[in-house]
Write a protein that binds this ligand. Structure first.
Ligand code: KDG
Length: 319
């Protein structure tokens, strides 16, 4: 059984030890990354049962990704290995301020071959929720259709679905990105854009107007990420705002949105809240804290807490 199923591409991540231009970086640390596996790690550390579905090359980097995620307690048994395609790699370049630059080596990867025919009903057996991102649809000729098929299949199997657009401009054209990401919104229950993604998809408008806009496109719940300002949540009858957390030093912003999604879903799926407003407010508060923790550590997920650590921090904040 799984509380959350997620599917997408993970890569080996190489990070320079020092800030500065990648071209003159002599030493790198090695980790793994990928929006969906970042979320999977976040959720697993918070005590949720997670099934991660992907394709990897039949190569040592594929072994590394699979064993790292298995070591985090994630069910990786449905991840396929492809002997004819490589596992992807990506590099970060830290400038010492702002978002790091990223360089992808992922064309022709095992996940880029995904088509709707790969989507299997048993991916969703005994599961409650599916989380997908807008990265997978950008990876190959058939991957957008595969994600669409997975979202439909999940709903037919009785799961709720969340969707983080995770706009990655390097991967596709603006027009295609906008058209495809918008087309997936009606297939999700929870839509989780950042404020810049909301503007990219819907044009400039007041913050609250984004809630109504995306609800109008078919989402049931909208969780809008506002960076250090926190986040806002919307359903047809509710609008909630949750304050951001003070962060001592922003080290690496990559993965913050995935941490936010993990925090949100871990609360939203388990919430015993009496009413919609409390359920949404609790989920946003936990999501904000997770996002704030993620940016204080180098790496996409290394700084994510165990449940008892998170609860201690949330309790400390309220007292
Ligand atoms: O959200 C973090 C991801 O962007 C990172 O892990 C790499 O999956 C990745 C991507 O495609 O950018």
């Amino acid at each position: 059984p799984a509380d959350v199923v997620t599917l997408g591409e993970s890569m080996v991540l190489l990070q320079p030890l020092a800030d500065g231009p990648l071209a003159s970086a002599p030493l790198f640390t090695r980790s793994i990354a990928g929006a969906e596996s970042n979320l999977a790690i976040g959720l697993s550390r918070l005590g949720m049962r997670v099934r991660w579905i992907s394709r990897l090359g039949d190569d040592p980097f594929g072994d590394l990704i699979q064993s790292t995620l298995a070591g985090e307690g994630i069910d990786v048994s449905l991840a396929e290995r492809d002997a004819n395609a490589p596992t992807s790699v990506y590099f970060k370049e830290f400038k010492g301020y702002g978002d790091p630059n990223v360089y992808y080596y992922r064309r022709g990867s095992a996940v880029s071959k995904w088509t709707p025919e790969h989507v299997r009903p048993d991916w969703f057996d005994s599961a409650r929720h599916l989380h997908v991102t807008g990265i997978t649809p950008a990876l190959g000729a058939g991957t957008a259709d595969a994600i669409r098929a997975a979202m439909r299949q999940a709903r037919e199997s009785g799961l709720t679905v969340s969707f983080d657009p995770n706009l990655r401009r390097k991967l596709w054209s603006e027009d295609e990105a906008r058209r495809t990401l918008l087309s997936l919104i009606p297939l999700c229950d929870v839509f989780m854009p950042g404020i810049e993604e909301a503007e990219f998809l819907a044009g400039a408008m007041e913050e609250e107007a984004y809630g109504a806009h995306f609800l109008g496109l078919g989402a049931q719940t909208v969780a809008l990420k506002l960076g250090e300002e926190g986040s806002a949540g919307f359903t047809s009858g509710t609008a909630v705002r949750a304050k951001g957390h003070a962060v001592n030093r922003v080290v690496d912003t990559v993965g913050a949105g995935d941490a936010f999604a993990a925090g949100f879903l871990s609360s939203w799926l388990n919430g015993a809240a009496a009413d919609e407003e409390t359920r949404l407010g609790d989920a946003l508060a936990r999501a904000n804290l997770m996002g704030a923790l993620a940016v204080q550590y180098k790496g996409d997920w290394e700084g994510l807490p165990k449940l008892r650590e998170l609860e201690r921090m949330l309790a400390g904040r309220q007292s």
